[in-house]
Design a binder for this molecule. Structure first.
Ligand code: NDP
Length: 312
C-alpha cells in the first residue's frame, strides 16, 4: 500500500440512484460520506434516454441529466464525490478496509454498497470479436452509428423492447430476436414495439454466430423449435438480455444468491456483515427501478446512521 489509509464514517461505493440517495441522507445526518463513483459514474441511467416513470418529472427527464441532478444534490450537503473504483475489500473486521484503484486504502466505519448491475452478454466468441465493431449492449450509446441501416436486438424484456423502439426511430429496419413466442416486457413496452412498422419480431430464435469481415454484416440464427438455421443481414447487433449484479469483489465475504445478488435482511439493507449495507440493483433482482434503488439508498443511509449511534 503506497499511500496512508484514510478513515471515514460512511463510505459509499457506486453512484447510481441508490448511491446518491444514500449520500444525500448520510450527508444530511452529518456522516460526512465519501463516495467512489465506480467505472460508470451515474450508473445505468447515464446510458438511457427518456426516463418517464421517476416521480417529480411530469414531462420526463433524460437519464444523464437526472444523474447530474442527483450528484449536485448529494454534493450540496457535503458528500465528497470522487472518481475511483473499489478493487478489493476486507470486511472481516471493523473498520472495513476498502482498496480503491488498487492503491488507496480507506478504513470505513460503515459501508454502503450501491454498485448496481451490468449488461449480460450471450457468451458467443464472435460477440467479443465484434464488440465495438457492430456489437453493442447499449442502443442509446451506439444507435447513432446505425442511422438508416438494419440492426438486430436480442432479448424479450423491457430493455430489449426499449432498445428496439429507440433504434426503430434511427434505423431502416430492426429485427427483435427472442427465444420464446411471447415477450416478457411490460404491456406498454410491447405495445410500442408492435406499433412500430419497421420492427419485425423473430420469435423462437437464438443467435448462433455474429458474422462479418472488419465489422458485422450478419447474424446466424437458429429456430429453437425446428433447429433450422438462417441468416439475417444486419450491420448492428444489440444484446439486451438482462443484467448481472456487480458484486464480484464481495465474493466469500458477503452472502449472495447464485446469480450474485447480495442478500439483505427482510425490510432492511443490512447484509450478512453488520455495518455493511447494500442498496439498489446489486441486491434487487425483482424491481430494478431507479425509484426503488433510490428508496433502498435512503434505507441504507438511515440504517448506517442507526448502526453508528448504537456503537457509541
Ligand atoms: P429481463 O431479465 O426482464 O429480460 C431479459 C430477456 O432476455 C428475457 O426476455 C430473456 O428471455 C432474454 N434472455 C436472457 N438470457 C438470454 C440468452 N442467453 N439468450 C437469449 N435471450 C436471453 O431484463 P431486462 O433488462 O429487459 O429488464 C430488467 C428489469 O428492468 C425488468 O424488471 C424491467 O421491467 C426493468 N426495465 C424497465 C424499463 C422501463 O420501465 N423503462 C426499461 C428497461 C428495463 P426469456 O423471456 O425467455 O427469459
Amino acid at each position: 500500500m503506497s499511500e496512508k489509509s484514510e478513515r471515514v464514517k460512511c463510505l459509499i461505493v457506486g453512484s447510481g440512484p441508490a448511491g446518491y440517495t444514500a449520500a444525500i441522507y448520510a450527508a444530511r445526518a452529518d456522516l460526512k460520506p465519501v463516495m467512489y463513483q465506480g467505472l460508470q459514474p451515474g450508473g445505468q441511467l447515464t446510458i438511457t434516454t427518456d426516463v418517464e416513470n421517476y416521480p417529480g418529472y411530469p414531462d420526463g427527464v433524460q437519464g444523464p441529466e437526472m444523474m447530474v441532478d442527483f450528484q449536485k444534490q448529494a454534493e450540496r450537503f457535503g458528500t465528497d464525490v470522487r472518481f475511483g473504483l473499489a478493487t478489493a475489500v476486507d470486511l472481516s473486521e471493523r473498520p472495513f478496509k476498502v482498496t480503491v484503484d488498487e492503491k488507496h486504502e480507506i478504513l470505513a466505519e460503515t459501508l454502503i454498497i450501491s454498485t448496481g448491475a451490468s449488461a449480460k452478454w450471450l457468451g458467443l466468441e464472435s460477440e467479443q470479436k465484434y464488440n465495438g465493431f457492430g456489437v453493442s449492449a447499449c442502443a442509446t450509446c451506439d444507435g447513432f452509428f446505425y442511422r438508416g441501416q438494419t440492426v438486430a436486438v436480442v432479448g424479450g424484456g423491457d430493455t430489449a423492447c426499449e432498445e428496439a423502439s429507440y433504434l426503430a426511430k434511427l434505423c431502416k429496419k430492426v429485427y427483435l430476436i427472442h427465444r420464446r413466442d411471447e415477450l416478457r416486457a411490460s404491456k406498454a413496452m410491447q405495445h410500442r414495439v408492435m406499433k412500430a412498422e419497421n420492427i419485425e419480431i423473430i420469435w423462437n430464435h437464438i443467435p448462433k454466430e455474429i458474422v462479418g469481415d472488419k465489422a458485422v454484416n450478419g447474424v446466424i440464427i437458429e429456430d429453437v423449435t425446428s433447429g433450422k438455421i438462417t441468416r439475417l443481414d444486419v450491420e448492428g447487433f444489440f444484446v439486451a438480455i438482462g443484467h448481472k449484479p456487480n458484486s464480484d469483489i464481495f465474493k466469500g465475504q458477503l452472502e449472495m444468491d447464485d446469480a450474485g445478488y447480495l442478500i439483505t435482511k427482510p425490510d432492511s439493507t443490512q447484509t450478512s456483515v453488520p455495518g455493511v449495507f447494500a442498496a439498489g440493483d446489486v441486491q434487487d433482482n425483482v424491481f430494478r427501478q431507479a425509484v426503488t434503488a433510490a428508496g433502498t439508498g435512503c434505507m441504507a443511509a438511515l440504517e448506517a446512521e442507526r448502526f453508528l449511534a448504537d456503537q457509541d
